[in-house]
Design a protein around this ligand. Structure first.
Ligand code: AMP
Length: 145
């Protein structure tokens, strides 16, 4: 299974924030869209960084409420690990586990094509197991599914 299979179901929409936006704006986006991370992008297509709720928590704990009026680039991660749409879901799962992050932007020809979260990967895994279970049940009972 490929990342493009997940995006086909989930869609290509990615919430982005410009590098100059402040952390308060970031929090509003996270809350409004009920998500855990936002891609930092000046033009909405090129990936300039990623910033997640964990970055906000760490910065608030370290420096307090002053962080809220700082630009997202004060707390973001600039070195983003991304994947292409034809990456194998298993490899992306491994990447997330190895580097301890839960979001991976999908990039094709230098442009943002989607974002896959650990939740998307887990959902995909459960769907896959359910499909396998149904097939095996059909095989055992002689019913075709
Ligand atoms: P997350 O688990 O996705 O909330 O992110 C944990 C940490 O990893 C935060 O510091 C994020 O900025 C960073 N991060 C999240 N996704 C990525 C990624 N794809 N590449 C590099 N860093 C990331």
């Amino acid at each position: 299974m490929r990342i493009s299979d997940i995006l086909r179901v989930k869609g290509n929409k990615v919430v982005t924030v410009t590098p100059g936006s402040d952390v308060t704006r970031l929090l509003a986006l996270l809350a409004e869209h009920r998500i855990g991370a936002v891609v930092v992008s000046a033009d909405g297509s090129r990936v300039d960084g990623i910033v997640s709720e964990r970055d906000v928590v760490r910065a608030l704990a370290a420096r307090g409420a002053v962080v809220l009026s700082e630009p997202v680039t004060a707390i973001y991660t600039a070195q983003v690990r991304s994947v292409s749409p034809d990456a194998a879901v298993d490899d992306v799962e491994r990447l997330m586990t190895e580097h301890r992050f839960r979001h991976v932007p999908v990039i094709e020809d230098g442009a943002l094509r989607g974002l896959v979260s650990i939740g998307d990967v887990v959902k995909h895994r459960i769907d896959e197991l359910e499909h396998e279970r149904s097939s095996l049940e059909g095989y055992i009972t002689g019913e075709r599914i």
